[in-house]
Design a protein around this ligand. Structure first.
Ligand code: HEC
Length: 128
């Protein structure tokens, strides 16, 4: 009888601890690193829906079709696919050695858009 009571107390305690952990962990992980987006969509990455808006926000001010810096156009698929397929797009946004870090004079893009760009490039940079 005594043994059983102790066992019940033990398992109740264990249960409460686990329940507490489950409440605590998600809240904790979503706050801890601002670089990681928990709901980063890597499933339906398209040029028009995903990549073009990133370029509008961070790149096209310098790489427009009309006045492209360094002759690189990020503002349309034709131009962007060139640097996507020759490796310079990923090299520059990931700040890899041997590439000019982009966006120039601005902080590195967050992990989510860089991963989305990688998905699109590895897909063959389709015009979709
Ligand atoms: C403030 C202007 C500016 C912005 C914003 C900018 N670029 Fe650039 N980009 C340049 C210039 C200038 C160069 C030529 C190299 C240099 O001066 O660093 C360049 C070079 C590049 C290169 C060639 C890199 C290499 O190593 O050969 C790529 C690819 C590129 N940019 C892509 C992008 C992308 C993608 C973005 C947005 C994430 C972006 N750029 C944002 C100005 C800019």
């Amino acid at each position: 009888m005594k043994q059983r009571t102790i066992t019940v107390i033990f398992f109740n305690g264990l249960f409460l601890m686990l329940a507490g952990l489950m409440l605590f962990l998600p809240a904790c992980s979503s706050d801890s690193e601002d670089d990681v987006t928990p709901d980063c969509n890597l499933e339906n990455v398209t040029y028009s829906g995903t990549i073009a808006p990133i370029m509008v926000q961070y790149c096209n001010s310098c790489h427009s079709a009309a006045a492209p810096q360094a002759g690189i156009v990020t503002a349309n698929h034709e131009g962007l696919s060139v640097v996507a397929l020759d490796g310079r797009l990923l090299g520059s946004v990931n700040h890899d050695q041997g590439f000019s870090p982009m966006p120039k004079n601005m902080p590195k893009l967050a992990e989510c858009p860089r991963e989305q760009i990688a998905v699109w490039v590895n897909d063959g940079a389709p015009d979709n």
